[in-house]
Design a protein around this ligand. Structure first.
Ligand code: GDP
Ligand code: MG
Length: 163
């Protein structure tokens, strides 16, 4: 049984960008295939010498405001149950939003093992959001840039002892 990491967080924080970076071309199914709706994508991730299974929670992007909360709660709970640990992403440029607090509560209620990541942290624009992330009460955030590949060694260092 492979170690499984679920990437969770509100839409647009960069979950799929990170998923794609870690999985590369090793995913058979493409999520934007017409007519294919996949709410949880699973892939074989590689990060340096580490190999593990990764889950991307998708499908929230299409939800309306009213259905978003229930839907994201259901999907996130399912992902947490499938995973050994969760990488909870926030957008360091946007800071901590009310929706992020909802995810933090879900993870706490589920007693999930959480790695907090402040994504989009490249450059200086993410500095304030990094500081705000401490207020989630989930420990020290990792500064990441899924798009530019920054913080990957730090992520590997946190994951290594878990795997
Ligand atoms: P998801 O909804 O959480 O899966 O987010 P996506 O992976 O689809 O990314 C949402 C947007 O954020 C896209 O336009 C990405 O190109 C952008 N994005 C993702 N990661 C980064 C990052 O590290 N830095 C910046 N500046 N933008 C990013
Ligand atoms: Mg996505």
């Amino acid at each position: 049984m492979s170690f499984t990491l679920a990437i969770v967080g509100r839409p647009n924080v960069g979950k799929s960008t990170l998923f794609n970076r870690l999985v590369g071309k090793r995913l058979a199914l493409v999520d934007d295939q017409p007519g294919v709706t996949r709410d949880l994508r699973e892939g074989a991730a590689r990060l340096g010498d580490l190999k593990f299974t990764i889950i991307d929670t998708a499908g929230l992007e299409m939800a309306t405001d009213e259905s978003l909360q229930g839907r994201m709660r259901m999907l996130t709970e399912r992902a947490v149950e499938m995973a050994d640990a969760c990488l909870f992403l926030i957008d360091a440029r946007a800071g901590v939003l009310p929706a992020d607090e909802i995810f933090a509560d879900i993870l706490r209620k589920k007693s999930a093992r959480v790695i907090l990541g402040a994504n989009k942290a490249e450059g200086a624009a993410g500095a304030a959001g990094m500081m705000e992330a401490f207020s989630l009460g989930l420990g020290e955030p990792l500064g990441l840039s899924a798009e530019h590949g920054e913080g990957m060694a730090d992520l590997a260092a946190v994951l290594r002892p878990m795997i």
